[in-house]
Design a protein around this ligand. Structure first.
Ligand SMILES: Nc1ccn([C@@H]2O[C@H](COP(=O)(O)OP(=O)(O)OP(=O)(O)O)[C@@H](O)[C@H]2O)c(=O)n1
Ligand SMILES: C[C@](O)(CO)[C@H](O)COP(=O)(O)O
Length: 226
């Protein structure tokens, strides 16, 4: 089955607070986004890569490609105001209804090859594959009156990307108005009444979000051979 990877990087990285958006910051000597694209190309060499970035960044990205002699083929699509809108723009740019699409945050460069491959294999069989990891800490639920309650952590998972789907179904799922609880693609898919399939993600597949994540990212890059 034809495989696409939709790498979403249409945000501006407010929580990082860097002079340029976090997806272009260098880790181990090159922009985070280049690591992410390499991960997918290396895991699935025949994957078609689609990169979603803000339209205003197209020229900047082209200059980075030249500066870093980046040669992995990919298609550029303009992002939207929210992650939902950026994913929708990327899906709209895929003309085919047949195939699989892995939707992945551009700022998660440490996803393992095995997770990417498994996500395609499981999604082909079941319709979807959502990478998740167990919690290491205890958790508490807060109530509005300031109390907190014990929660059994074995019933919870932290949700990562990739989130991989049959193209026809995820395209249909995104034909709805955006809702506040759409924090990822699984929630959009479930809104159709369809159940998602969970797969094991990898703990080092962090979403680079705040400045302290950059030091950790350098460490992970040195350990994982980026
Ligand atoms: N309009 C948007 C907003 C986010 N994203 C992407 O969704 C992923 C997860 O979002 P997040 O980590 O929140 O990135 P930012 O929105 O850039 O960060 P912040 O919320 O700190 O501004 C990132 O790869 C981000 O670029 C996107 O494609 N389009
Ligand atoms: C998609 C995601 O990375 C799964 O954990 C997450 O929901 C993105 O959240 P953000 O608030 O857009 O960073």
């Amino acid at each position: 089955m034809k495989k696409f990877a939709l790498i979403v990087a249409g945000g501006s990285g407010k929580r990082m607070g860097a002079p340029i958006s976090k997806q272009y910051l260098p880790v181990a000597g090159k922009p985070i986004l280049m690591h992410t694209l390499e991960r997918f190309r290396d895991a699935v060499p025949d994957v078609e890569l689609i990169l979603v970035i803000p339209p205003a960044d197209f020229d900047f990205w082209e200059s980075l490609i030249l500066d870093y002699k980046f040669t992995i083929p990919h298609r550029l699509v303009g992002g939207g105001k929210s992650r939902f809108q950026s994913v929708k723009n990327g899906l709209d740019a895929i003309n085919s209804e047949v195939g699989l699409v892995a939707i992945h945050d551009g700022v998660r460069p440490f996803v393992r090859h095995e997770v990417i491959r498994e996500s395609f294999e499981v999604a082909e069989k079941t319709g979807s594959a959502i990478a998740v990891v167990p919690l290491k800490d205890s958790i508490r639920r807060l109530s509005d009156d300031g109390k907190s309650f014990f929660q059994e952590r074995q019933y919870f998972r932290l949700v990562q990307t990739p989130q991989t789907f049959h193209l026809a179904k995820i395209k249909k799922a995104f034909q709805v108005p955006e809702l506040v609880h759409f924090t990822d693609d699984a929630t959009v898919y479930e809104h159709q009444g369809w159940q998602v399939t969970l797969i094991s993600g990898n703990a080092e597949n962090i979403k680079i979000t705040t400045p302290e994540d950059m030091d950790f990212a350098e460490y992970l890059a040195s350990k994982t051979g980026h």
